[in-house]
Design a protein around this ligand. Structure first.
Ligand code: ZN
Length: 575
């Protein structure tokens, strides 16, 4: 058999434990037909074979980003007001200037919508409606935070949603109030409060979603990503799932999607799951399938909505955050999904959220003992060691975000005061212990929360600090910050350092595994992709340097040279 394409003279790290390294790969159509030495690959070459001499560059299986929000994020980046990547001395003023400019340049937009502000730029009450009212008072504004867990609105939006001083607090959320007047201050936290405004915003046209997804896949291909998981597909969001499916059917995707249907505690879970099960069967294209169900066990620390075993440290009540689900209802919902043969995907941040969700998943084992279920958690900021052991025993995947495992500005301004010293310094983001417990650890950007960049995630997971380059671009001009790369140095408040515990750093082999084969496994794709083996699809990424040979500080700088999706070149740095 002759190959269409041969890659040779390369450092091929296969993520196949039977043959870790190779020099050459032969590809016919969409599949790998040979992995081995330069000498042997000659047998697959004839006059029709394109041969690429890679001059020692590294080849890896293409990256899997196992939890992100592609449709919402791409639409925000392409069509909405973006407050991402704004840093400066007066961050609030920078946000207000950008909002002002967007409002002026979009005179016909009925709603001003957007996202990306950092919660750490504001005090505990958060951004205020009055600042937006000064910019525009006759059209509603709704801007979602960078972490997606709060929304900044003006008075017009509050008025349309009929939110007043007297509106009772919703179950799964908080309407922040001005401590002096008791009036809504302009910040809505979590879905229970955000949806009061959110459900009034007209959904974007399907064509806009499709255009933004095409833009996004091109960008992700430049980062070496060819598979991702859409982690929050609304059962009602026809315009979104149809956009994915229509692109897949038209053969336009250069990114493979798996997806999770969101189950909300606001409606009847049983009915939603039945609707989701019907939708699962509608989508069968190999580039877009959705056989997983998404739950939020809790929310996030920075909005005081992550669910903790011990109270938040900065408050004088015994507030422990939001427990989204009643145990019995959650248990029933899990059982319904598991019995139907589908996956469960749970957002888990706090240690109490981890505990009650593991409790519920453990009960499934008795119901359905030997099923290959591959249920998963996303994020996991805090978890007791005994619960991590239980996750390993259950064979769970954890979609971790090494991007967040840093001792940064967010740590000093939010994590440390909210969690207190012990939890902030010694318990955040267990990572290496997940691998050691036998958990299937994957890498997730949670985009738009973090912009995907797998080599950066590899670096963060290995070091638990931000790179010098990231420091220079985000903090460098501000004299009050220092980057301290010595993990044993004594830190002063505000220093950007290494997030303890140090033994939670993972090595390069584990980081590559988590970024490739483990992500494939979590999505039932490990027989098709995730390693470089004969018979698998040729989803490959070529990196400028062999990550095993370079200085660790160079890892996040490593350039993607090309990306192949099912044997087709979908990105080349040369072009
Ligand atoms: Zn997410």
């Amino acid at each position: 058999m002759k190959a269409n394409l041969v890659l040779k003279n390369a450092s091929v790290y296969t993520v196949n434990s039977n043959q870790s390294w190779a020099e050459a790969i032969a590809i016919t159509d969409d599949k790998i037909i040979f992995v081995g030495t330069d000498a042997e690959v000659g047998a697959y070459i004839d006059s029709n074979t394109a041969v690429m001499d890679l001059n020692g560059k590294m080849v890896l299986p293409a990256f899997v980003d196992s939890h992100m929000h592609p449709a919402l994020s791409a639409h925000l980046y392409q069509y909405q007001l973006s407050l991402f990547n704004m840093t400066g001395k007066d961050q609030i003023q920078a946000y207000l200037n950008a909002i002002h400019k967007f409002v002026e340049t979009h005179p016909n937009a009925q709603w001003i919508i957007g996202g990306g502000y950092l919660r750490s730029a504001f005090d505990e009450i958060g951004p205020r409606k009055e600042w937006l009212d000064e910019i525009i008072s006759d059209r509603p504004i709704a801007i979602t935070s960078k972490d997606g867990h709060s929304m900044w609105v003006n008075s017009k939006a509050l008025e349309l949603a009929q939110i007043t001083k007297n509106t009772p607090q919703p179950n799964e959320g908080v309407i922040k109030k001005d401590p002096k007047t008791g009036e809504p201050s302009g910040l809505l936290q979590e879905p229970g409060a955000m949806n009061l405004v959110g459900h009034l915003i007209p959904p974007p046209p399907k064509e806009e979603i499709k255009k933004s997804l095409l833009w996004l896949q091109e960008w992700l291909n430049t980062k070496g990503i060819t598979t991702t998981h859409e982690a929050m597909l609304g059962i009602e969001d026809r315009h979104i799932y149809e956009a994915y499916d229509e692109l897949a059917q038209a053969g336009k995707l250069t990114l493979r999607y798996r997806a999770s249907w969101t189950i909300s505690p606001e409606g009847d879970a049983r009915t939603q799951i039945e609707q989701g099960k019907a939708l699962v069967k509608q989508f069968t294209h190999p580039h877009f399938k959705a056989h997983s169900f998404k739950f939020f066990a809790d929310h996030v620390i920075e909005e005081e909505t992550g669910y903790l075993l011990e109270p938040y440290a900065h408050r004088d009540d015994d507030w422990r955050g939001i427990k989204v689900w009643d145990d019995r209802i959650l248990q029933k919902a899990f059982a319904q999904i598991d019995a139907a043969g589908y996956q469960i995907h749970v957002h888990v941040i706090g240690d109490a959220a981890a505990k009650y969700t593991v409790d519920a998943l453990e009960k499934l084992v008795d119901l359905n003992r030997n099923r290959d279920a591959r249920h998963s958690f996303a994020h996991l900021q805090l978890a007791r060691p005994e619960d991590i052991q239980r996750m390993g025993k259950l064979g769970l995947s954890v979609h971790a975000s090494p991007y967040w495992m840093n001792l940064d500005d967010y740590f000093w301004k939010l994590n440390l005061p909210y969690l207190g010293h012990e939890r902030a310094f010694n318990q955040q983001y267990p990572f290496n212990s997940l691998f050691n417990a036998g958990v299937n650890v994957t890498v997730a950007s949670d985009f738009w929360v973090t912009e995907p960049d797998p080599v950066k995630a590899i670096y963060n997971g290995m070091t638990r600090q931000i790179s010098q380059k990231e420091f220079d671009s985000d903090y460098g001009s501000e004299s009050n910050y220092r980057r301290v790369s010595d993990p044993n140095a004594k830190l002063e408040n505000g220093d950007l350092g290494v997030l303890p515990p140090l033994d939670e750093r993972a090595n390069l082999e584990k980081m590559i595994l988590a970024s490739t084969l483990n992500g494939a496994y979590a999505n039932f794709l490990d027989e098709a992709i995730g390693s470089i083996e004969v018979g698998k699809l040729a989803d490959l990424v070529v990196l400028e340097d062999n990550l095993f040979d370079i200085d660790i500080e160079q890892i996040p700088e490593t350039q993607v040279v090309m990306t192949l999706f099912e044997g087709k070149l979908v990105y080349s740095a040369k072009e």
